[in-house]
Design a protein around this ligand. Structure first.
Ligand code: GRF
Length: 194
């Protein structure tokens, strides 16, 4: 199984996936990394892991790719012959052309226990709500924002002296364990005969 990775940020989840691949525990191969941010850390990381990385100019919108930009993503992912797509800190909403090209084959990790705290800075939302625990969720991507079928979750405690930064850091440790495990399970599920 070949996976394509989309990310906008520093790429720590991608690093966890690439390291799991290197140690032979991912069960599939990251073959291409795409970013809507030209100087994103995830593209430098891709280079350091010898995985092709490309910047795709997003166009004029803030929260989604322009249709031509999303078409370019689809083309690059199809040319790389990916079996499914893993979003790792990708900050734009996935639109119809990508969903149609990879139906049921796009997964995401979100830093809360969905369905709680969808959207941006979910760790800050959890802190403000005063919940005793939060966590991270791996889910299928659909046309909504953080609304797709939940595939797996990890729970993370919220501590009395947590700041947004300390809580996010604790959630990320859980993400780096959960995501490679979920990617492996998802790949296994796709490999099973229908
Ligand atoms: C993670 O917290 C993830 O849950 C969210 O974006 C962040 C990406 O971090 N979707 P990184 O770029 O993988 O370090």
């Amino acid at each position: 199984m070949r996976i394509g990775i989309l990310g906008s940020g520093k790429g720590s989840n991608f690093r966890a996936l690439a390291e799991a691949f290197q140690s032979g525990t991912l069960g599939c191969e990251p073959v291409i990394v795409l970013s809507d941010v030209e100087n994103a850390g995830i593209l430098d990381l891709a280079k350091s892991f010898d995985i092709p990385g490309h910047f795709v100019a997003p166009g004029p919108f803030r929260t989604k790719m322009a249709p031509e930009a999303e078409a370019e993503l689809v083309q690059l992912l199809q040319e790389a012959q990916v079996d499914f797509i893993v979003l790792a800190g990708y900050m734009r909403v996935i639109k119809e052309s990508l969903l149609k090209a990879f139906p049921g084959r796009i997964i995401n990790i979100h830093p809360s226990l969905l369905p709680n705290f969808r959207g941006l800075a979910a760790w800050s939302q959890a802190l403000e709500a005063g919940v005793p625990q939060t966590g991270c969720t791996v889910h299928l991507v659909d046309a909504g924002v953080d609304t797709g079928t939940i595939l797996g979750q990890s729970i993370v405690p919220v501590l009395a002296d947590d700041t947004a930064e300390s809580l996010h850091a604790r959630i990320q440790v859980a993400e780096h364990e959960l995501y490679p495990r979920m990617v492996r399970e998802f790949a296994q599920g796709l490999q099973k005969p229908a």
